[in-house]
Design a protein around this ligand. Structure first.
Ligand SMILES: [Zn+2]
Length: 97
């Protein structure tokens, strides 16, 4: 799997987790989170660094529009620490079922 694809999956898992907890969604993302995921995936797909890319934490600034950056940060800030307490694998399988 390409690095970009892996990152896209990770973002998807984070947003799914966030939406499930914050917006009480179970099987699908709400409109807002769905749009955010689509945006994040597109940004990754168009990442100028490609396979050489560093962590998005470092290169998120020039890539994301300010308003989207705020949202994705909120998602990461929420999901990141909490997902450690859940089984990440469950989310991965959940996502691709
Ligand atoms: Zn949501």
């Amino acid at each position: 799997m390409r690095k970009i694809e892996r990152e896209q999956n990770t973002v998807g898992i984070m947003i799914n987790f966030y939406c499930g907890k914050k917006h009480k969604r179970k099987s699908s993302l709400c409109e807002e989170c769905g749009a955010l995921l689509k945006y994040a995936r597109e940004r990754l797909e168009n990442c100028p660094y490609g396979e050489e890319k560093k962590s998005c934490k470092k290169c998120i600034t020039p890539c994301y529009a300010p308003e989207k950056k705020k949202r994705i940060r909120r998602v990461m800030g929420y999901s990141g620490p909490r997902m450690i307490y859940h089984k990440p694998l469950e989310w991965i399988t959940h996502l691709f079922k």
